[in-house]
Design a protein around this ligand. Sequence first.
Ligand code: B16
Ligand code: MG
Length: 214
Amino acid sequence: MPDYSMLKEMKGAIFDLDGVIVDTAKYHYLAWRSLASELGFNFTEADNERLKGVSRMRSLDILLEIGGLEFTEAEKLAMADKKNRLYVEYISRLDESELLPGVKPYLDELRGSGISIALGSASKNALFILDRLNIAGLFDAVVDGNRVSKAKPDPEVFLTAAEELDLQPGQCVVFEDAEAGVAAAKAAGMQVVGIGRSEVLKEADIIVSGLHDL
Ligand code: B16
Ligand code: MG
């Protein structure tokens, strides 16, 4: 039986975005696949698993490694930009119906209990996505890919979020679906609720299939 007592003691809840609040991975996949196809190779859904929680430029490096291709930094920036334009077209159509099960009730419950809420995401599109999902107003702090210099598994994103909530790391619980994110939260000295499959989230303190389980 998992030990849920850490959730009763938490003062701050820090949420990852993709895979915890909304499944944007499917749109990242479509946009990366389109780029791969222009470059002449196939990019599968299994390949896409390697990009979850990883920054945009690191994702591109992994994609090019799969295709066995090399480019200059300037060419890579242009490709990442092109992929992002396509991705933004997809996420422009997001609405509340794409919130993952249990997200809205859980955020409302936390707010009702006086727990501070932050976002800790690698995405540079995070604020836009929260707006599209109509939940931006529920967050006391949003720390995204525009605001950190070191990507997960570095703890910077979560430590910055705790600071913005005016809390100590030990008072915060992180909700994460990616291995690098769980490692980042642990490195920050925080407890972690892993969302998803136990094989990839071994380091998490408890593992649930989604926020609807809490
Ligand atoms: P963007 P998260 C991550 O979101 C995604 O999981 C990852 O696939 C993506 O490459 C990264 O954001 C950057 O996203 O291109 O929008 O800046 O899980 O950290 O919320
Ligand atoms: Mg994620």
